[in-house]
Design a protein around this ligand. Structure first.
Ligand code: LLP
Length: 400
């Protein structure tokens, strides 16, 4: 992909997102799951570029959604609604009605959520297919902001209250219990935790099955597999490693497995290309100031996340240490800290790798830094724009 970056740099300086095919990443997962009844639901929140979604839907992936708007986008991208799951702790009545209409599987997150799901099913006149989101209470050993499965998390039901959910569902002909769901968190690199989660779910599944529930057939173990952000040769578990941890449990239960990968399908097929505005030194610190910022990629500021940064041109001169920062008026505006490379000249490129997930999807126009254009890089290395860069006119049009 790096060789294509020159094409971006030859035009006036601007930040841009580059992507190439994420469907290649679904292949190892699909291979690993070949002999297990399963659905791979791509978590659309990671990257919702319509072009990329269409690629993934055409490759047979299902979708995992967290809003009514994501649901509508998934339908526009051609995902099969019966292979989609709607998650969330604050789903609204209109979103639930839409999900029921499309026969999307809906995760029950709380008492009020079940009530709202039931009302949506009655309003639409179609039974809702639901999974109960159980809180596995397992520490995923990741940044607290992306840890979701501990007992005090805002997601999922209070497990000790499971019987209330079962009784309420049993008494309601418009709600069908089709499975259980758990999600530990994100950026997980210790795959044995997925086995621990599967083992915990077995107890709940046995209890549920002992009480009937003939439509019960799915075990959803969520998403969360990490990727190699550091590029330093660490051994990062593959989708196959994850599947091997849970294969036995799923086969013993005779259920259909659902996995919800986001990052592991799209992160390392994307990069954020930045142009150097200049370099400066304050105190003992060097800064490489680029046109990209926390507005385009907030992960470093929000989670202190490491994303690998590389010069696009060969350097000369001694290597020095730089903080790579953007133009936004906040000291939180950095893309990388203490990175070592030769001092780049203004106009040169600095590329942030692994920006295919949670980059554009979380981008804002803070400081009126407009969201960058996105390009598709094909096998031959040529570029096609798959989303135009936003302009000030887009912003002004909101006030018409
Ligand atoms: N399923 C559920 C219920 C989730 O909450 C998530 C992510 C996924 C699946 C997909 O997880 P993945 O495979 O992508 O890790 N903005 C953060 C990540 C937040 C993840 C939120 N939930 C980041 O940039 O690291």
């Amino acid at each position: 992909m790096l060789r294509t970056i020159a094409q971006i740099e030859s035009s006036p300086p601007k930040t841009a997102c580059l992507h190439n095919t994420p469907t290649g990443h679904s292949i190892p997962l699909a291979e690993a799951l070949k002999d297990i009844p399963s659905i791979v639901g791509y978590a659309i929140k990671a990257n919702n570029n319509l072009h990329i979604l269409k690629e993934l839907s055409q490759s047979g992936s299902g979708a995992v959604l967290v809003s009514g708007n994501e649901l509508q986008l998934a339908m526009a991208a051609g995902f099969d609604a019966s292979r989609t799951v709607f998650n969330g702790n604050g789903k609204l009545p209109w979103e639930l009605q839409l999900a029921v209409k499309h026969r999307v599987m809906i995760n029950v997150d709380s008492e009020f959520d079940l009530q709202n799901i039931s009302e949506a099913a009655h309003a639409v006149g179609t039974p809702a297919r639901v999974l109960i989101r159980i809180n596995p209470d397992i520490d995923p050993e990741v940044h607290p902001y992306v840890s979701t499965g501990l007992a005090g998390s805002k997601f999922g039901i209070r497990n000790s209250h499971l019987q209330w959910f079962l009784d309420t569902i049993k008494a309601d002909t418009m709600v069908q219990l089709v499975g259980v769901h758990s999600h530990l968190g994100s950026t997980i690199t210790k795959v044995s935790l997925f086995r621990d989660a599967a083992t915990k779910m077995v107890e709940y599944i046995k209890e549920i099955r002992s009480q009937g529930f003939d439509d019960f057939k799915f075990l959803n173990l969520g998403g969360g597999l990490g990727i190699d952000y550091y590029h330093r040769g660490d051994k990062i578990p593959s989708p196959r490693d994850l599947v091997e941890q849970i294969r036995g449990t799923v086969m013993d239960l005779g259920l259909t497995l659902i996995l919800e990968p986001g990052r592991s399908l799209v992160a390392n097929t994307g990069a954020l290309v930045n142009t150097v505005v200049g370099t400066k030194t304050n105190g003992t610190k060097n800064f490489a100031v680029v046109d990209g910022s926390m507005s385009a990629l907030i992960r470093p500021s929000l989670y202190d996340a490491y994303q690998h940064i590389e010069r696009t041109a060969p350097g000369n001169g001694p290597a020095e240490e730089f903080d790579v920062v953007g133009p936004v008026c906040e000291s939180a505006d950095f893309l990388g800290k203490a990175r070592t490379f030769e001092r780049p000249a203004a106009g040169e490129g600095l590329v942030v790798h692994d920006a295919g997930a949670y980059c554009m999807a979380m981008a804002s126009t803070y400081n009126l830094q407009m969201r960058p254009a996105e390009y598709w890089v094909d096998e031959a290395g040529s570029l096609k724009q798959i989303r135009r860069g936003e302009t000030l006119d887009d912003h002004l049009a909101l006030f018409d």
